[in-house]
Design a protein around this ligand. Structure first.
Ligand code: HEC
Length: 118
């Protein structure tokens, strides 16, 4: 009985691990994102929150899915922008996920004007 259970437990563990890995890939790896983020930090600033130009958006602490959607929209051409279109076109799906996970994991400076909590 025991000998029979083990293989199925092992199989279940493999399936669980595979599912976890798939989830990790889909969610993005903030550490891999950090390694790719220098180019972004050049404009969006340290942690994505110190843009070199006041008209450039802060992206640190933003929701990862929002960042992903925006990068995908620049990449697909749905949004045309003289800077971000070129940058996003060079990103793979995986880089988009990793960079989004990285910037989402930074301390946020985002707030709704007039509604900042004390
Ligand atoms: C040369 C400057 C520059 C670089 C480099 C740069 N960005 Fe941007 N980014 C901008 C500007 C300017 C905008 C605002 C574009 C607009 O108005 O649509 C922007 C917008 C964005 C947005 C949308 C933010 C929002 O709130 O809608 C995201 C996400 C983003 N950038 C991520 C990145 C990532 C990730 C990288 C690195 C791979 C990067 N950017 C590199 C200048 C830059």
């Amino acid at each position: 009985m025991k000998a029979r259970r083990l293989p199925s437990a092992a199989a279940a563990a493999v399936v669980a691990l595979a599912a976890l890995q798939a989830q990790a890939i889909q969610r993005g790896d903030p550490q891999a994102g950090a390694e790719r983020a220098d180019e972004c930090i050049a404009c969006h600033g340290e942690g994505g929150n110190e843009p070199i130009d006041p008209t450039y958006p802060k992206i640190g602490g933003q929701h990862a899915d929002y960042l992903m959607v925006m990068l995908e929209r620049y990449r697909s051409g749905e949004i045309q922008h003289e800077i971000m279109t070129n940058i996003a076109e060079a990103l793979s799906d995986r880089e988009i996920r990793d960079l989004s996970a990285y910037f989402a994991a930074q301390d946020g400076d985002l707030h709704t004007p007039g509604r900042r909590l004390p």
